[in-house]
Structures are given as C-alpha cells and as structure tokens.
Design a protein. Structure first.
Length: 321
C-alpha cells in the first residue's frame, strides 16, 4: 500500500473525477469518502447532494451514489464541505448550504447507514441571524466522549495580531444536533500568505480579506492539533497548516508558520493549491492525510491521499518536504 500511495514520481489522484473537500472515515472494515462535487460547489439542481465513494482496500475508490436528500430550496443552492461521524448507532452528516459566497449556514442530517440517504434535521446549528456565514463543520470527539464542533466563520474586527476575514471557531456540543452557546475563536489570520483578496467588497465595506477554513482536529501525544487550510482556494496560494493546544478549547498557537503552510503547499504544477484535509487511520494502522488539489489546467479539484508523519516539529507530509 505504501508504494501504491506515496512512492510516485508524479502525484496521481486517488479518484480521477471532481471531488473537493474530501472527508474519509472507516466503518465496519470499509472506507467511505464524501466530498463537494462540481455541481454542489456551483449550484446544485438535483434531488440528492454530495457524492460518495467506497473502498475496501483504501486504494481503489468507487462511486457509491449521493448522500443527502436535498433540503428546502430556500436554504440555498450551494452545498459545501460535508463530514460524517458515527455515534450511538446513527450517522450524522454535517455540512453548509447557502448562496455562492453569502449567507451560508451549518446544518446536520442523519441516516441509519453510511451511504444514506441522509435527512436534514430541520434546524441550523448556528442561528443565521447572529452568524451570516458559517462553513466547514468538523465534529471532534475527545477522549472523555464529549463532542465539539469546529468550523469557520467571518470576523470583521482588526487589531494587533489579527486580520479581517474567515477564521476558525469552536463550540461544545449539547448533543449531536445541538450546540451550546459557548462559541469561541480558535485561530485568526496573522500573515500575508493567508490572504484571500485585497480590497474585497463585502458586508457593505472593503476589506483586506484573509481566510482560514477547513478545520480538522487530531489528538496526538496528549496535545490537540487543529489542521486548517488558508489562502485562496482558487489558486496556488492555498495550503494546509496547523495550530496546537493543550486543551481542546485552546488557546491554540500556530507559531512558526510565518513563511507559509507547513503541511501541504504547492510544490508541483500537477497539484495546485492542496487543501481542505481530513485524516484517517489506514489499514496499516498509520495516519493518512486526504485532501484535494487542482490539476495544472485548474479544471477540477481531485482527491489525493498521502502519508502523514508526526515529527518533533509537528505533522508533516513527506511529499511536500
């Protein structure tokens, strides 16, 4: 498996078709992947949302339908960044829905099987009236069984050490379908490489806009590592870095990334803007990082899988040095 997945002269996607924001999980000895398809990203017209893949060996991935029964059309036409977790005999699908780059809300849907169909629970996880843009939900279960929802939302304040833009937050979960009111910031943008767009017209003003998104948390050697994507998802500036904390709610620090992302970054024209990762334990018992990247023509974002190594300097992917 190692040779087939990592020892390649040139990178090859694990799945050839459009498959962005890939999330992989293991259940009953099989691997499943869910992601943002091309139609979900640009405005989805059909009844079922989010493409699914299935693999028995972690190498060959086959189409397995679509996961989510489309909720009320008034919620939006763009569906982004799904993730699935299993708890107490039920599968929970977390996702965002909205209209292009505006008015996105976090939702949850449930199913009795990993392939769905998932049915929307009926309410937003965060009131859209208090948070107009929330995306990239990631449910994390700590060792004590408590669940936390990490996600990305917009911040407009600026000051010493923080910049306006999309950044990371977390809230404890009362249940798998309800959050507590204790939302707190996890990480804010601090560096030029995290810039999405200068003078971005948004919220009735113009901002030097930065983006941190796609959080994924893994506990390793007693510490909490929040991997995240930053930059502009539409070009080669996008990459994956991480922040680390001694407690699940922080404080988190990403010190040491002043010169750019340390886990995934553009090093080849064959894999532009690698990002929006998840981590899964492979058949060999090791950690593997799953992510998307653009092809050289930037025609599609495709799913890649590579070894993730835990070093004294933090998590690293050997392909990226």
């Amino acid at each position: 498996m190692e040779a087939q997945l990592t020892a390649r002269e040139a990178p090859r996607p694990a799945y050839e078709n459009y498959f962005a924001d890939p999330f992989v999980w293991r259940h009953d000895g099989e691997f499943f992947a869910i992601g943002t398809g091309e139609r979900e990203a640009t405005g989805y017209p059909g009844e079922l949302v989010f493409p699914l893949l299935r693999s028995r060996d972690f190498i060959c991935w086959n189409q397995a339908g679509r996961a989510l029964l489309r909720p009320d059309g008034s919620l939006g036409t763009n569906f982004w960044a799904p993730e699935v977790v299993f708890e107490d005999g039920k599968f929970y699908l977390y996702y965002s829905v909205g209209f292009a780059d505006a008015k996105h809300q976090l939702r949850v849907a449930t199913s009795e099987t990993p392939l769905g169909p998932f049915q929307d629970f009926g309410t937003a996880l965060i009131d859209p009236g208090t948070c107009a843009f929330a995306i990239d939900a990631h449910a994390f279960r700590d060792d004590d069984g408590r669940w936390y929802l990490f996600y990305a939302r917009d911040f407009l304040d600026t000051g010493v050490g923080v910049r306006a833009g999309t950044a990371l937050a977390v809230a404890p979960m009362k249940s798998m379908t309800e959050l507590s009111g204790e939302h707190r910031a996890v990480l804010r943008a601090r560096h030029d490489w995290q810039r999405f767009q200068e003078n971005r017209p948004i919220y009735g003003g113009s901002y030097d806009w930065h983006t941190l998104e796609g959080p994924f948390v893994r506990k390793h050697d007693g510490r909490y590592y929040c991997l995240y994507s930053a930059g502009r998802w539409e070009n080669e500036t996008y990459g994956v870095d991480y922040a680390v904390a001694d407690h699940v709610l922080g404080p988190y620090s990403d010190a040491g990334n002043e010169n750019g992302p340390r886990v995934l970054r553009t090093v080849s024209r064959d894999m532009l803007g690698p990002g929006h990762n998840s981590i899964v334990t492979g058949p060999d018992g090791g950690d593997w990082i799953v992510y998307h990247a653009w092809d050289a023509a930037m025609a599609a974002r495709r799913m890649f899988i590579d070894r993730l190594v835990w070093t004294g300097d933090g998590p690293r992917c050997p392909r990226f040095g």
